[in-house]
Design a protein around this ligand. Sequence first.
Ligand code: COA
Ligand code: MG
Length: 304
Amino acid sequence: MKQMHTWIFVPGSDPKKLEKVEQLLSDAVIFDLEDAVPAQEKALARRLVKEELQHVPRQGTPARYVRVNAVDTPFFEQDVKGIDGVGLRGVVLPKAEDVQSVARLDALLDQLPGTENGVDGGQDRRVEIVPLIESARGLFHAYEIARASKRIKRLMFGSIDFALDIQAELTPEGQELLYARSQLVVVSRAAGIGAPIDAVFPNFRDKDGLIRETQRAKQLGFQGKLLIHPCQIGPVREVFIPSREEIVEAELIVASYQEALAAGIGSIQVRGRMVDAPVYERAKRVVEEVSHLINTKEKSDERK
Ligand code: COA
Ligand code: MG
């Protein structure tokens, strides 16, 4: 599965920001109908987002998701019924706390006309569900939630609501969130879905802070991060894509180990470091991710 590193929220009620979506260089955009939209603007946001989803997105533009309001709000059902459209890749489900809420969304999506046509080039064209885990209950049930629908390919973490719920104090180091973050990584793996997407970093002027938090999330096993401002896309992408040194090292490991395997040797050294099967697997992933990035870039260059 392709790794998706950058996911930017765009408030659904803000036409000026919606206009910019096609130019954003993120892997995904999330049209927000929830927290970024006040109650009196919900209907407007629904209409604007629906319009956005009507036109087929150009190749190479961000995959399009919609964050609906939570299942127990009066907005949920209308939100879901209003979001059919050719351009829809998935629905982000906030305050996901149990299997039942996923099942309700799943059933509504089954009934929506047109949504099977999610514009993924891959096999599974059904609209994705992305549960946003942001409460103690949600975290406690995260494994069952992850397995609650075939539509689920990854989880997301909402740190601000989560901290509020467990009465933790948010700090720049994020020690108070370590357990939740690691739990989401482990649960996702155990459930056989992709790695999770980390929470937003609200202070968008603090680039160094964003980079530090993104590095920590990557180290823990996250595949990407939620963003709120276009200036966060570049730095987060940089953290997640392998550096030149990592690529060179990975290519060397892969080549050396394949040679060793052909000679019937299962453990070698490369530049003073032991390389055995798991080290080789890790290096192979880096090489695969890079070739995927190059292929995607060539395809989008061809279209220019
Ligand atoms: N999506 C698309 N465009 C965005 C954007 C976003 N999330 N955030 C900012 N921009 C645009 C602005 O419209 C502005 O465009 P302009 O240069 O043509 O005027 C440009 O980027 C620079 O923005 P800036 O002036 O620095 O910020 P702002 O005051 O317009 O917006 C926020 C700041 C925080 C209100 C805005 O980034 C935002 O709404 N983020 C998403 C909030 C959200 O969805 N929250 C819910 C999830 S936590
Ligand atoms: Mg929230």
